[in-house]
Design a protein around this ligand. Structure first.
Ligand code: URA
Length: 276
């Protein structure tokens, strides 16, 4: 990639002139190994562990790993029904969901946005105040950063990407999702992945990573590797909200995007710009 192109991508992500990209992205790509997360090669029973039970943690200060809470699997009889729904019925089911207490405080459910046949799927944590008000994921400050990140891949949120969250309703006060909430909501995400059939999932932040890969390993230790949720390749990166507080990790996120773009090109055998 030319320096000019690189500089413009960095500017798109709001990294600013402070950042000088050395060859770390190339190094990350070169050293990135294709590996299945130990528990993330989720098939059969392990898939059930990965997404159906919560991968619950408390939202932790940026530098402190959030501890895992006990795994919860709620068999409330909804799962089989949800896993049989087609897209419009799934949307209706989310909109009408009363499976956990979040339904009492939400203004809108946030199903997701984008192309339901997209090659890319981006999975975040949970709606915040702006998303709760609008019904669309990632529309606040973190969302603007996500849009810039997508732009650095020549992508927009309405083209070849589907964006959603682990939770479809806002936790009051933007507290961390609770394990029971993740457990109740997880069949929706399972079904969304089944229906979208993305070529690549970008898991943003600990909650998405834990829900998909069933691991409490740090984002730092999972970056730069290709993981799998069922048969879908998963790339792990920092959550945009975290990046807003931790500017020094923005460059790492950009490296993750470069890795994701290269992976997508390898998966599809085509350039992202034409496929996006
Ligand atoms: N953070 C998320 O994880 N998702 C959103 O939709 C907004 C902020």
């Amino acid at each position: 990639m030319s320096n000019t192109r690189r500089d413009s991508l960095i500017a798109e992500m709001g990294l600013g002139p402070v950042w000088k990209l050395r060859d770390r992205a190339a190094e990350a790509l070169a050293s990135a190994s294709v590996e299945h997360a130990a528990t993330g090669a989720a098939t059969g029973a392990s898939t059930q562990r990965a997404l159906n039970p919560a991968q619950p943690v408390r939202r932790a200060p940026p530098s402190m790993p959030a501890p895992m809470q006990p795994t919860v699997h709620v068999d409330d009889g909804r799962e089989g029904t949800i896993l049989g729904l087609e897209w419009p019925a799934l949307q209706e089911s989310v909109a009408a969901c009363t499976a956990c207490a979040l339904c009492r405080t939400r203004r809108h459910t946030v199903f997701g946005v984008g192309d339901p046949a997209a090659q890319w799927m981006i999975i975040g944590e949970a709606p915040g105040a702006d998303e709760d008000a609008s019904g669309e994921p990632f529309v606040g400050q973190a969302g603007r950063l996500l849009d810039n990140m997508l732009a650095s891949l020549d992508m927009t949120r309405d083209k070849n990407v589907f964006i959603t969250n682990v939770l479809k309703c806002r936790p009051p006060g933007d507290r961390n999702p609770e394990s029971i909430e993740v457990a109740r909501c997880s069949p929706y995400l399972v079904r969304q992945v089944e229906l979208v059939q993305p070529k690549l999932i970008l898991a943003m932040g600990r909650f998405a990573v834990q829900a998909l890969l069933n691991t409490d390993a740090s984002i730092a230790s999972l970056r730069g590797k290709l993981h799998r949720y069922r048969d879908v390749p998963v790339i792990v990166t920092y959550h945009p909200a975290y990046l807003l507080r931790n500017l020094t990790d923005k460059l790492k996120a950009w490296e993750d995007l470069v890795f994701a773009r290269q992976t997508m090109q390898e998966l599809t055998g085509e350039g992202v710009a034409s496929g996006a």
